[in-house]
Design a protein around this ligand. Structure first.
Ligand SMILES: Cc1cc2nc3c(=O)[nH]c(=O)nc-3n(C[C@H](O)[C@H](O)[C@H](O)COP(=O)(O)OP(=O)(O)OC[C@H]3O[C@@H](n4cnc5c(N)ncnc54)[C@H](O)[C@@H]3O)c2cc1C
Length: 441
């Protein structure tokens, strides 16, 4: 089959095996030749090549709910369960996932392997900080359970480890009690990047916080943006406020001709969006689905970037240099005539102890770029700015970072490799990304 990530770049030919349960997965892994490599694949919502290899192990059938403890607020489930399915079951019981990425289509295994973050990292950390235990099938075929207290090294390497230590088959997650499915959203307009940073800092105690930026505004307007803050609606704690509602979505039926995406169309989109938001009501009450997953309403929106796909570029810069570094990045992009529809800025809290997790204290900026030959030299230049500011790129979005950039910005890569060498000495779990980044034993 032809396989690809959400960015539809790069593409690879792969065999897909979808074991029916953990025991079948064990047998498959144990019976493989030592030289054969494979990688787990969840819902394919990572953008680049982290879930691409000649052989893919799908988790579609590892989709059981194994135990929900409402008193302890924990859930044990298969790695193939989607975050949206968890919300469907838990929300009517007043329980929610403490950390959610921007799509509910992600699998539990994929969320753990990338240690995903949400709009509340500054308050609640990343997904794996709410993971109590995981079970994974190692290259030997053995199933091992690990947690922050049991097989701790393996846990720290596997949370955020991009599937390279083994295939996660199940996990126990901590849930959070919520009063309702509604979020009270407040929006604040910022006329430039400095004002946006000031708004974010002034509202750092807000539960959820994310800013949309007009990435093509220049001069005094550079970084003009809208900051969206969110808190759970207190309401009257009625049962109906915790009801799960599945929304319908519309689908993009085919790839859009990519010539429609040029600097003028993006500039028009960015400035129109900013003007509309500027004059819109500053407070609103949104269903959690509209607040957390607005992009899920347009399924297959990745086709909008044309048949060659797109690259999402997400980096984090630590506190002090972040404003200056992000300004330099925006200047460089607009000078090159490139643009992004979706440019998002978030504040991160402290890093956790996982060896390859992306978040660290500072600011993270995300941009989408249409895939074209002239993009790659620009991204190399952006990498240099990121490194100069002591930052790093997110592996779940990456499709082209060099080994040198990766190793210079993920200081724990050697500690990670030492653990991988113990549990996967023949490099059975490998992806196109891990081969490119020099993460082979
Ligand atoms: C619209 C959209 C919005 C997003 N927003 C955010 C966001 O706000 N924050 C954020 O952090 N991310 C975000 N992402 C990225 C996404 O959350 C991550 O890429 C996530 O890892 C995807 O999970 P998946 O199940 O699709 O895994 P895949 O894309 O299939 O795989 C991703 C990685 O996880 C590994 N993996 C998958 N399953 C397993 C398993 N069972 N065992 C071991 N390893 C496994 C794969 O080998 C691969 O390395 C977004 C993606 C999209 C498309």
């Amino acid at each position: 089959m032809e396989a690809m990530g959400w960015g539809r770049y790069p593409k690879a030919t792969a065999d897909l095996i979808e074991p029916a349960d953990a025991q079948s997965l064990q047998k498959i892994v144990a019976s493989q030749k030592k030289s054969a490599s494979c990688i787990s694949r969840g819902a394919g919502r990572s953008y680049g090549d982290s879930a691409l290899a000649g052989q893919l192990i799908g988790s579609r059938f590892l989709d059981s709910f194994l135990a929900l403890d409402e008193q302890q607020q924990t859930l044990r489930c298969g790695a193939g369960v989607k975050l949206g399915d968890i919300l469907k079951v838990c929300l009517p019981r007043g329980l929610f996932l403490p950390v959610l990425p921007g799509t509910k289509a992600v699998s539990v295994g994929g969320a753990i392997a990338a240690d995903v973050h949400g709009k509340n990292h500054h308050r609640d950390g990343s997904f794996c900080q709410h993971v109590i235990q995981i079970s994974l099938v190692l290259a030997s075929g053995e199933v091992v359970s690990c947690s922050a207290t049991q097989n701790q090294e393996l846990f720290r390497a596997s949370c955020g480890g991009m599937g390279l230590t083994g295939a996660i088959v199940e996990a126990t997650l901590r849930l959070a009690a919520v009063p309702s499915r509604y979020i009270d959203q407040r929006s604040l307009v910022a006329n430039n990047l400095q004002e946006c940073f000031a708004h974010i800092e002034d509202n750092a105690d807000s539960k959820y916080s994310v800013a949309w930026l007009d990435c093509l505004a220049t001069g005094d307007d550079m970084g003009r943006s809208v900051l969206y803050l969110g808190e759970y609606s207190k309401g009257k704690n009625r049962k109906s406020d915790r009801k799960y509602q599945d929304r319908s979505s519309i689908s993009v039926p085919f790839s859009t001709p990519s010539f429609l995406l040029n600097k003028s169309s993006m500039s028009l989109f960015n400035s129109t969006y900013f003007s509309l938001q500027k004059h819109k009501s500053r407070t609103s009450r949104l269903d959690y689905d509209n607040y957390f997953f607005p992009l899920d309403r347009l399924s297959n929106w990745n086709r909008l970037y044309g048949s060659k796909g797109f690259l999402q570029y997400q980096f984090v810069l630590p506190g002090e240099g972040a404003l200056e570094g992000i300004t330099t990045v925006l200047e460089k992009i607009s000078k090159q005539g490139k643009g992004s529809f979706l440019t998002v800025l978030k504040k991160f809290g402290e890093a956790n102890e996982n060896l390859l997790s992306f978040p660290r204290s500072g600011y993270t900026l995300t941009l989408d770029f249409k895939n074209e030959t002239s993009l790659f030299p620009l991204l190399d230049e952006l990498d240099r700015i990121v490194l100069d500011h002591d930052g790093r790129l997110y592996l779940a979005k990456d499709a082209r970072m060099s080994e040198a950039v990766f190793k210079a910005s993920y200081p724990n890569w050697e500690a990670f490799m030492a653990i991988k060498a113990k549990v996967d000495p023949h490099n059975r779990f490998a992806s196109l990304q891990s081969n490119r980044l020099g993460l082979a034993t």
